[in-house]
Design a protein around this ligand. Structure first.
Ligand code: FES
Length: 269
């Protein structure tokens, strides 16, 4: 089992002038600087690999807050980590739907395979394993995430293959398109410094769009909303399913449905 003892301070903080300047840049993006605290904390993680006391103090100084105020935020949200995260943060959804579809089994298998417990990192520093609550991707249950990129319809076997590939340094792509980078690199993007790859892959897969497909096939329309009712005209009182759902994926170049799901029939029934 990995050593989970973590010193309060690393003693070798990498928060320097460059990071402080980037924090000020983030704060300047908002009418009120303290609105930048969440991205600033992601920036701390991109540099330190976790939320460190030095990172908290830097945020506080830039924003004119107290360390206690910053710490209160950093300890509230689960995406901020007080323990060092490995190169890849691997999350397994064990919320109700994913759990009954195999999420519990996947999590147990990965704990054994990696020889770690929840929220622990492998001895080689590559993988941090954590069980997650619902990722709002129940239509692809059981779902995993690597550095917050989705991996859909997982099994214990595909999950162990995934972590083995990550540890081996094999290039891994999310079935939704994104090439998996390191956790620190992903944290920098979350901080608000894009890596230019936001549009990799499709925006919606077959399971997500199943309702839209059925509505079109059966000519269903959405009920009129409050805006339409207030206008009174019969023509305005029907909002077509097409208008409500937005553009078709096939109308968006490069946004075709995911090729990795060869059998989504159970999701569309
Ligand atoms: S229960 Fe796992 S994504 Fe919703």
């Amino acid at each position: 089992m990995a050593d989970t003892t973590v010193p309060y301070s690393t003693g070798d903080s990498k928060i320097g002038d460059t990071t402080i300047a980037e924090m000020r840049e983030l704060a300047a993006r908002y009418p009120v600087g303290r609105s930048a605290l969440l991205p600033m904390l992601h920036l701390v993680q991109s540099v330190e690999g976790r939320i460190t006391p030095e990172g908290i103090e830097a945020c506080a100084e830039v924003l004119g807050l107290t360390g206690a105020e910053v710490s209160a935020v950093a300890t509230f949200y689960t995406m901020y980590k007080r323990r060092p995260v490995g190169d890849y943060h691997v999350g397994v959804c064990t919320n109700t739907l994913c759990a009954v579809m195999g999420g519990d089994l996947i999590f147990e298998r990965l704990k054994q395979h990696l020889d770690v417990g929840n929220d622990e990192t492998t001895e080689d520093g590559k993988i941090t394993l954590e069980h997650l609550e619902c990722n709002a991707a129940c239509d692809y249950a059981p779902v995993m995430m690597v550095n917050w990129e989705f991996f859909d319809d997982m099994t214990p076997e595909s999950a162990t293959r995934l972590v083995d590939d990550l540890r081996d340094g094999t290039e891994v792509k999310s079935p939704r398109g994104a090439t998996i980078c390191t956790w620190k690199e992903a944290e920098r993007v979350l901080a608000g410094f894009p890596d230019g790859r936001a549009d990799e892959g499709p925006t919606g897969g077959k399971a997500t769009l199943a309702g839209l497909r059925l509505a079109r096939e059966r000519n269903w329309t959405a009920p009129a909303g409050t805006h339409a009712r207030s206008n009174g005209s019969a023509a305005e009182q029907t909002v077509s399913a097409e208008a409500a759902a937005g553009p078709r994926p096939e109308d968006q170049p490069g946004k075709e449905s995911q090729a990795v799901h060869t059998d989504d029939s159970r999701k569309e029934d």
